[in-house]
Structure formats: C-alpha cells, structure tokens
Design a protein around this ligand. Structure first.
Ligand code: UT7
Length: 332
C-alpha cells in the first residue's frame, strides 16, 4: 500500500539587507512622492542589497534562522528548494546556498516562478514529503530585484525591495498540516511583467548565428497585473479552500504576496476575510518577490501572533503570469 506522509511546517526565518531607502529618498531619484507611493501601494521603505551581497548569503541566513526555530541543523536537511528569479548565477544558486549552509547531505535545486515562487515551492516540497522521498525540506524564497530594476522608471522602481525568507517542512507521522493548494499559470499574458533576455545576433561561421546579450530591466504593465491579481487571487484561494475542505470563516491568517496594500484589501474584501487577519508588512519592505510571503509569515510567527494550529492561507501572484495558493496549519 502506498504510504502518504503527513506534513508539518516547523520553522520560519528571514533575512533582509541593512540599507533602507524610504520614499523621501526615492523622490530624490525619480519624480515621485511619499504621498503617491504610500497611497497607491502602501509602501514606505524598502531594504536594498549592497553590490557585495548575494542571494547566496541572504538565502542561507534566512534558511539558518528557519532551521534553528525547527530545532534542526543543516545536516538534517534532505532537500533545499530555492525560489528565486534573481539568482547569483543563471545556472542556479541553490547549490551555492547548500554549500554556504554546509547542508552536505541534501540535494538543492532552484525554482523560478517570480512572485509565486514561494507558493510553487511549497507545493513542490509537499510532493516530495507526501511520497516519502524526503523527510525534511528547507524552502527558501529570496530575491534581489534591485539588480534588475530600472532606477529611472518611477512606475516600477518604487515597488521592489530585496530580502529572503524560509520555512522548514517536515514529514509528520501523526498529523497532516498541509491542507490544500491550487497553482496556475497563463503564458499568454507573459508580456505584462518581464525581465527578459534580449539577444543580439552574433555570426559565428557558415551562416550560423547565435544570440548573445543581456537581460533587460523589469517591465510591468501595472494596471493589467493589478486587474489580474484582484480577479485571479480570490478564485485560486477559493479553490484551495475547497480542496482543503475549509470555509473562509476557518481561516486565521491571510498571508498574501506583498505587492500592493490595495490588492491585499481587495482580495480580503472579496473573500470576506476581516482586515485583522490580513498580514501586511510591505510598508517596511516593499515587494520582495519570492521572499515576501515567508518574510511576512516569519514576522507574525516570531511576534507570537500566530499560534500552533492556526490556519494560514498564502497566495502568490506575478510574472509568468503565475498565481497560486497553499493552505496549512502552523507548527509541529
Ligand atoms: O509582484 C508582482 C505583482 N505586481 C503587482 O501586483 C503590481 C500590480 N500593480 C500595481 O500595484 C499598480 O498598478 C501600481 C502600484 C504599479 C501603479 O498604480 P496605479 O494606481 O495602477 O497607477 P497607474 O499606473 O495607473 O498610474 C497613475 C498615474 C500615472 O500618471 P497619469 O498618466 O495619470 O498622468 C503615472 O504616470 O501615476 C503616475 N505614476 C506615478 N506618479 C508618481 C506612476 N508611478 C508613479 C510614481 N510616482 N512612482
């Protein structure tokens, strides 16, 4: 008989760079104001990584903190999933993080799904644990989008910040606390939000030409992405709730990707979830892409607001376009 393991979420951690740029500083960079940014997005400041900092170091720090909370060491980890769209190396940064942690018994790989990366990572980790393949997974969401921001484009540069967050997911023989999920993508809307490679022809020999070039800075059609998020995120949460056999009233916390306070408010309102259950920290960090959900989660866990057994609904959304929701109960 196929044994299906239960899953517990046993630790969280986060790490953000020290440098902090507030909206006043931003208004010295581009034509904007604290009033515009705060009222349209809810963002007041963001942390920015120095040139020497890397995904490797901030991801490892977040991972270390999460393992410590779970009472584990890096040698206990079977699998590391690094959700990131701004790896230090296009070949992947997960194994660099593995080395930084000294998690030499684990296997590590990268997962790219932009701001949905953390939720997609949770779902991926859950499959490995369910089947009994791995017992302990360290999932890290980390992004340094300041590397890819057009710092002359006020429509996007005010939005993003850098950071990393992590959770530990473990096999549980007694309980199953990973309750339901739904993940989606729609590549037909890909051009709404891109960090695209732009090749230029380079002729080699005998009419053989290859494309070489660089990635272009982030482009976003903000209004389109806003409309998409407000429509699709409640739908995908409802689907995940259905799969988890839960009603909206049973939700203790809504931890959405921290893109825009207006999106959080609209999603919560559509679902009928009261404001006090909606976790929001974008005022201090901006949109940290794959890191935003685990950083927000880590804050409410460490502050003692989240109790063991609380039901948490997460949802990520962004480039791809991708979106998804994962529902779990906190703790062992
Ligand atoms: O993480 C991935 C997922 N991303 C998202 O979910 C982002 C979704 N989109 C949004 O959050 C919003 O669309 C934005 C915050 C990006 C923009 O807010 P908006 O209310 O949709 O503004 P808008 O793009 O319609 O721009 C309104 C006005 C424009 O001026 P005009 O054309 O009306 O004269 C913009 O040029 O605001 C102007 N504007 C700014 N003004 C001051 C745009 N950016 C700025 C700025 N400062 N930083």
């Amino acid at each position: 008989m196929l044994h299906q393991s239960g899953i517990a979420i046993t630790g969280s951690g986060s790490a953000v760079p020290a440098a902090c740029l507030d909206n006043e500083g931003m208004s010295r960079l581009v034509e904007t104001s604290d009033e515009w940014i705060a009222s349209r997005t809810g963002i007041r400041q963001r942390r920015l990584a120095s040139p020497e900092a890397g995904i490797r170091t901030i991801a490892a720090q977040a991972g270390r903190n999460a393992l410590e909370m779970a009472g584990l060491t890096p040698m206990d980890v079977d699998l590391i999933i690094l959700a990131s769209s701004s790896a230090d190396d296009l070949f992947g940064s997960a194994s660099q993080v593995q080395a930084e942690l000294g998690a030499s018994k684990s296997v590590a790989f990268d997962l790219t799904a932009a701001c949905s990366g953390f939720v997609f990572g949770m779902v991926t980790a859950a499959q490995f644990i369910r089947t009994g393949t791995y017992q302990t997974v360290l999932l890290i969401g980390a992004d340094i989008l300041s590397r890819w921001t057009d710092w002359t484009d006020r429509r996007t540069c005010v939005l993003f910040g850098d950071g990393a967050g992590a959770i530990v997911m473990q096999a549980s023989p007694t309980d199953d606390r990973f309750l339901g999920f739904e993940i989606r993508s729609d590549g037909s809307q890909n051009s709404c939000l891109t960090l695209a490679f732009q090749p230029q022809s380079k002729e080699l020999v005998d009419d053989i030409t290859v494309g070489q070039g660089n990635f272009q800075p982030i482009f976003m059609n903000g209004q389109e992405v806003y409309r998409f998020a407000v429509k699709k995120v409640p739908e995908v949460i409802e689907k995940a709730l259905f799969r988890a056999n839960l009603t909206v009233e049973q939700v203790d916390w809504l931890v959405l990707h921290q893109a825009n306070q207006r999106i959080l408010d609209a999603v919560a309102q559509r679902l009928g979830i009261p404001g006090e259950k909606v976790v929001s920290n974008m005022a201090r960090y901006g949109n940290t892409s794959a890191a935003s959900i685990p950083i927000a989660l880590d804050e409410v866990v460490r502050s003692g607001q989240v109790k063991v057994g609380d039901t948490i609904v997460t949802a990520g959304f962004g480039a791809g376009l991708t979106w998804g929701s994962a529902i779990f109960q906190w703790g062992k």
